[in-house]
Design a protein around this ligand. Structure first.
Ligand SMILES: [Zn+2]
Length: 89
């Protein structure tokens, strides 16, 4: 009935707190941090993408057991600009 559990993590770019919701756990409106996610929920959130308000695109990748990592798949445009300037030097 529209209940879910929330997993909280920080954007790797701007460190804003972000939330992903899963219906695979107890769905008791539990809040989990990345290092404390039950295996059923981390498996459900594996490869889930979220877009931060800073335009960074983040995907959650399940490693082993309940370890899940936020990985950056697309940085904000100004971050890419900085990288390209470095390569031209
Ligand atoms: Zn961000």
């Amino acid at each position: 009935m529209g209940s879910y559990d929330s997993v909280w993590f920080r954007c790797p770019v701007c460190t804003q707190r972000l939330e992903l919701q899963s219906k695979s756990g107890s769905c008791n409106f539990q809040n989990y941090e990345l290092w404390d996610v039950p295996p059923r929920i981390s498996a459900d959130l594996d490869r889930q993408e979220i877009l931060c308000s800073c335009d960074a695109k983040i995907v959650l990748v399940q490693l082993t057991g309940k370890i899940i990592l936020p990985m950056l798949t697309a940085a904000p445009p100004n971050e890419f600009g900085d990288l390209q300037e470095d390569e031209e030097d």
